[in-house]
Design a protein around this ligand. Structure first.
Ligand SMILES: Cc1cc2nc3c(=O)[nH]c(=O)nc-3n(C[C@H](O)[C@H](O)[C@H](O)COP(=O)(O)OP(=O)(O)OC[C@H]3O[C@@H](n4cnc5c(N)ncnc54)[C@H](O)[C@@H]3O)c2cc1C
Length: 475
């Protein structure tokens, strides 16, 4: 559904895009020219979040990029990763899948993250508040299920490797981009307008053969390149917090329960702590933020344990279907485990983030490529956001390496389009699945509850299908 909308949208936009390109060509002399010969880099990465920093570090560690000039621009200050980690956990975390781990390992960042602070996930349990249907994924059957790490720990692990790349990557912190001047079409009139050009707030101008936009979901580079997006707000807010368990345990399960108001998830951080990601309505999120600590903890425990929204018809059908699955020797819902009880919320760890979906209809233009949230932003319920971003980095890095090997121009549209095609094929399917799940679980209408409960139970029983799901999500 989403993919067909994207195709439609892309074709709808094409004449407009061509028209605006044409317009910009008319003004090419004035608009595109950078002032007197600014410095020229092979690749400039704009945005030093987890994805942009990984892009720069990955290129910096590529033998084929020896002698190439790479620059990372980040508006914020540099994070000091040499400081010891605070005892309290940061409230922003990500679950990293096998694909993300493989990229981070390829340039040495994974060991830094493992040695700092990171928790392995050996089991995932996802279940419905309206019925007894569940789906579980286990480490025993599926290698490398996931790891949970704090965003700051992931970034610090990547930054260490960026520094290890030495002179091969230049970095400017406190470098806010003010404007871009991008080549408008295939024909360039002068040497100056041939490259992409970025102007910083400081007035400094820099040219690049390839400008990579890793500047987040409000990407300025995407706007400057006139790349349209499809986006919608979920009218949902993600409430996050660091939570202490009632008693220490071998805490290696990721829990997610679909409530009528949205999914609530607990990600393991250590044997005593979990990270909460509770996606809910703006009204409930405000209420949760204002609750006294004890009442907040009660609300979390209630959300995981309460039976108040159970649908009796769905439960009855589930039980019948479960019996059938067991007779067939398949996995039923008896494998359900009970989530841990929470006893405390860390002071000051509660925060909320508006949730939305956005997708750039194109990821590339001549001398421009988008990665991470600049290209796609998903609902966090499937823990896919930064994993998709790391997938972009891995593919773009591999493509650029082969372009350099062939002695071609890193910013030419021909090979950048290969990146767009391959990546969109994967990202659009992922986004459509997450969005579909969000909608499927956003109702408690009995026929829908019945259908989704049976669907979840059936999927849970089919191990090869579950393995395929994990393999797909890991790219
Ligand atoms: C509540 C919540 C939970 C999540 N959980 C998960 C999870 O479990 N797993 C997962 O994979 N994903 C998760 N995500 C998504 C994940 O956090 C994002 O996908 C990821 O942070 C995006 O990284 P990024 O580097 O692309 O963008 P950003 O983190 O937005 O970084 C963009 C960078 O660009 C810089 N920048 C912006 N504009 C400029 C400018 N003009 N000049 C210079 N620099 C600029 C910014 O300072 C910033 O550092 C979650 C998201 C939320 C909200």
């Amino acid at each position: 559904m989403l993919s067909s909308r994207l195709v439609q949208f892309r074709s709808m936009c094409l004449p407009v895009v061509l028209c605006s390109r044409h317009k910009r060509n008319i003004h090419v002399g004035k608009q595109l020219r950078c002032r007197s010969k600014p410095e020229l880099y092979d690749v400039v990465v704009c945005g030093g979040g987890m994805v942009g920093t990984a892009m720069a570090a990955a290129l910096g560690h590529e033998p084929m990029f020896e002698g190439k000039r790479v620059l990372l621009l980040e508006a914020g200050p540099k994070q000091n990763y040499n400081e010891p980690l605070p005892e309290k956990f940061f409230n922003r975390t990500c679950s990293l899948n096998a694909g993300a781990v493989s990229l981070l390992r390829s340039f040495g960042a994974w060991e830094n993250i493992l040695n700092a602070r990171c928790q392995e996930v050996k089991r995932m349990q996802i279940w419905d508040a309206c019925s007894d249907s569940i789906i579980t994924f286990n480490h025993d059957s599926l290698e490398n299920l996931a790891y949970v790490a704090e965003n700051n720990v992931i970034l610090a692990g990547i930054l260490k490797q960026l520094d290890a790349a030495g002179d091969r990557v230049h970095v400017k912190y406190g470098a806010t981009v003010k404007d871009y001047k991008l080549p408008g079409g295939q024909s360039f009139d002068t040497e100056q307008s041939k490259y992409a050009c970025v102007q910083l707030e400081s007035g400094e101008e820099i040219r690049a053969k390839l400008m990579i936009g890793a500047d987040g979901f409000k990407s300025m580079l995407r706007s400057a390149a006139n790349i349209p997006t499809i986006s919608w707000n979920y009218n949902h807010v993600g409430v996050v917090a660091s939570l202490r368990l009632a008693e220490p345990t071998e805490n290696n399960v990721a829990w997610q329960r679909f409530l009528k108001t949205g999914p609530i998830a607990l990600l393991p951080l250590s044997n005593e702590y979990c990270n909460l990601i509770w996606s809910t309505t703006p009204e409930e999120s405000k209420h949760l933020m204002m609750l006294p600590a004890e009442s907040f903890v009660d609300a979390v425990n209630h959300a995981f344990w309460s039976d108040e929204h159970k649908n009796s018809a769905a439960q009855y059908t589930n039980r019948l279907f479960d019996g059938l699955l067991t007779r067939l020797g398949l996995e039923g819902s008896s494998s359900q485990q009970l989530p841990p009880t929470i006893i405390e919320v860390d002071k000051g760890s509660r925060a909320m983030f508006p949730l939305s979906l956005s997708h750039a209809t194109q990821y590339v233009r001549s001398r421009v490529a988008l990665v991470g949230d600049a290209a796609h932003r998903v609902h966090p319920m499937a823990g896919q956001g930064v994993n998709l971003g790391f997938g972009d980095v891995a593919l773009l890095r591999d493509l650029l390496v082969s372009v350099v090997y062939e002695g071609k121009d890193v910013g030419s549209l021909g090979h950048l389009l290969k990146y767009e095609t391959q990546r969109q094929r994967h990202v659009v399917v992922s986004m459509a699945s997450v969005d579909g799940l969000y909608r499927l679980y956003g109702t408690d209408v009995t026929p829908v509850v019945l259908l989704r409960s049976l669907g979840l139970q059936a999927t849970n029983a089919l191990r090869p299908l579950k393995e395929k799901m994990i393999q797909f999500a890991a790219n």
